[in-house]
Design a protein around this ligand. Structure first.
Ligand code: DC
Length: 234
């Protein structure tokens, strides 16, 4: 598949937390020469802002205060030539590492349930996709952000498999974490993501399911590329 000839479409990847959505999305974007946007990073950046400003604490969020201060939050992505990835920038500061740490993970779900936060993020995401040629991953990309996306993928894996992957990721970075805490966090985030009132995580009617519990990274990439190829040749 030659990138230059490849039509510009929107690929929406939704699914449960820690099931490797961003890995797949990044690889696909690279293969097709598309932009990759991690929408979860945007909710994480808002959460970091809330934590740093005393708006979120002990899993409580001061919702009216956060809504009031939303205009102060500017989120961008900046390509990092050192590691070829896109870093998340919050008000001019590179927060890519900090938004992946446990304090943010523990507070992000309640922040992502706030209607006004979602409206602001969705508007930003739609703006980023207006020229197509984009792969975006998240929870509501195929249902709310880009309901007309040409390809929608719904990814999942068993909770224990996802917890183990996140545990390995964090311990490889030298963080001291307990597997049971990670598993509890994965299960709790699934519950909040799927049961929230605004834009709950659900599979779009026209999405294809990818359960990667028992397949390799290469197998899943092939699977997705095959779906893309089928779509283009249809
Ligand atoms: O994908 P992630 O784990 O980095 O996402 C962080 C949180 O943001 C997670 O609780 C779900 C939420 N989220 C969301 O509600 N909508 C999105 N489009 C992306 C993420």
């Amino acid at each position: 598949m030659k990138t230059a000839e490849f039509p510009q479409i929107i690929i929406a990847i939704d699914g449960h937390s820690s099931c490797g959505k961003s890995t797949v999305a990044k690889e696909i974007a690279k293969k097709l020469g598309y932009i990759y946007i991690d929408s979860g990073a945007m909710y994480r950046a808002v959460t970091l802002f809330a934590l740093r400003n005393g708006i979120a604490d002990n899993e409580q969020v001061d919702v009216p205060e956060l809504i009031k201060r939303l205009p102060e939050i500017k989120i961008e992505f900046r390509f990092n030539p050192e590691n070829l990835r896109s870093d998340t920038i919050l008000n001019g500061e590179n927060v890519e590492e900090e938004i992946r740490q446990l304090p943010v993970s523990q507070h992000v779900s309640p922040v992502a349930t706030i209607r006004e936060v979602r409206e602001a993020m969705v508007a930003l995401q739609q703006e980023m996709g207006k020229n197509k040629g984009i792969v975006m991953d998240g929870r509501d990309i195929g249902t709310v952000v880009f309901p007309d996306a040409e390809l929608k993928i719904f990814m999942t894996a068993r909770p224990e498999v996802r917890a183990q992957r996140r545990y390995d990721e964090l311990t490889a970075k030298g963080q001291q974490v307990e597997f049971d805490d990670i598993l509890a966090n994965v299960i709790e985030r699934d519950r909040i993501d799927s049961s929230r009132e605004v834009s709950p995580l659900k599979q779009a009617d026209d999405a294809v399911i990818l359960d990667n519990s028992d397949i390799t990274r290469e197998q899943q990439l092939d699977w997705v590329l095959q779906k893309v190829a089928q779509l283009i040749s249809a």
